[in-house]
Ligand binder design. Structure first.
Ligand SMILES: C[C@@]1(CC(=O)O)C2=NC(=C\c3[nH]c(c(CCC(=O)O)c3CC(=O)O)Cc3[nH]c(c(CC(=O)O)c3CCC(=O)O)/C=C3\N/C(=C\2)[C@@H](CCC(=O)O)[C@]3(C)CC(=O)O)/[C@H]1CCC(=O)O
Ligand SMILES: NC(=O)c1ccc[n+]([C@@H]2O[C@H](COP(=O)([O-])OP(=O)(O)OC[C@H]3O[C@@H](n4cnc5c(N)ncnc54)[C@H](O)[C@@H]3O)[C@@H](O)[C@H]2O)c1
Length: 247
């Protein structure tokens, strides 16, 4: 019998937005696959060390090193490379080295992705669409990486053009709201109000919202309807207004 709660469908992955900012990520290998991994972790503001003999570096990885976007250790992997490391990504053309690195990571409880060896991955990569603060990841859980890429591109092509910009504006509005209505006791009211703004304003409106519009809109932080952008700019939001309501 179906219960009132979500049905459990095992066999998936736990999809998280892992915060690796300023964490140390070790990339073993300097080929094409490593180059892709490096872009992924640099986009998340990690500190990256690449271990690979210089002779094996591809142009992109060599460029990252030259630009000092990553640190480089010019030799093959050694176990001491794991000291002080929060995450390990291997992309080497040597299955024995891969397995050894995985075992060491496992012993030391360091999360690892071993390219090409799904059973030795603590996490998989996915196909990611990025537009400013928006990230959408598609995973097929190891069934069809190329299909993940195709599904991701199809989803991306169906999104409104300015969605990333709109989300950025909403982020700024939320930070301003937290300033005028701080404190955990305001939480439920803040959340309800933000949800209303997001539902009632079009993406175009959110995207075009200026800082002045934001300040004006925050004057209407109170239960009930939020004024439209048009009404806000005309200075007559939704009829009667008797001043900011900040409790
Ligand atoms: C999403 C993406 C991220 C990234 O790697 O950055 C990614 N693979 C991508 C591309 C890709 N990889 C491969 C092809 C060739 C065509 C094909 O096989 O389909 C293509 C297509 C291409 O290159 O265009 C070959 C391949 N991949 C894996 C194996 C091993 C195996 O299956 O045993 C083999 C060799 C298979 C063999 O020898 O036959 C394994 C994994 N690859 C994953 C992720 C994880 C599962 C993700 C999922 O299922 O959703 C997982 C499990 C582990 C991991 O790597 O984290 C990226 C798309 C990025 C993008 O462009 O958007
Ligand atoms: N998961 C995926 O999506 C995916 C896709 C394609 C390929 N692969 C696999 O990923 C692996 C890497 O692919 P690639 O195209 O980047 O290979 P590549 O041959 O271009 O690069 C291998 C790199 O590993 C380095 N290396 C080798 N042994 C090393 C060691 N002991 N320590 C440090 N560095 C070492 C080499 O210097 C070189 O930079 C291969 O096994 C490949 O089959 C995985």
């Amino acid at each position: 019998m179906k219960g009132p709660y979500p049905e459990i469908q095992g066999g998936g992955s736990l999809m998280l937005a892992w915060q690796v900012r300023n964490k140390r990520v070790l990339v073993v290998g300097g080929g094409e696959v490593a180059a892709g991994r490096i872009v992924n972790v640099l986009n998340a503001d990690a500190k990256v060390t690449v271990v690979s003999p210089r002779s094996g570096l591809n142009d992109e990885v060599a460029y990252r090193i030259e630009q000092k976007q990553v640190d480089h250790v010019d030799r093959k992997f050694e176990p001491s490379d794991l000291d002080g490391v929060d995450m390990v990504l291997t992309a080497v053309d040597d299955p024995e080295a891969s397995s050894q690195i995985y075992k060491l990571c496992h012993e030391r409880r360091i999360a690892a992705n071993i390219a090409d060896v799904p059973p030795e991955c603590d996490f998989y990569f996915g196909s990611v669409h990025r537009d400013g603060p928006l990230q959408i990841m598609v995973s097929t859980n190891g069934n069809g990486p190329k299909l993940a890429n195709i599904v991701r591109r199809q989803i991306a092509s169906s999104l409104p053009k300015n969605i990333g910009a709109a989300i950025q504006r909403v982020g700024l509005l939320r930070r301003k709201l937290r300033k005028i209505a701080p404190g955990p006791e305001e939480g439920p009211k803040r959340m309800q109000w933000m949800s209303k703004v997001c539902e009632q304003w079009s993406l175009e409106d959110l995207c075009g919202m200026t800082e002045e519009d934001m300040e004006d809109l925050l004057g209407f932080y109170r239960p009930g309807d939020v004024p439209s952008l048009e009404a806000l700019r005309l200075g007559e939001p939704d009829g009667a207004f008797d001043g900011p309501f900040l409790i």
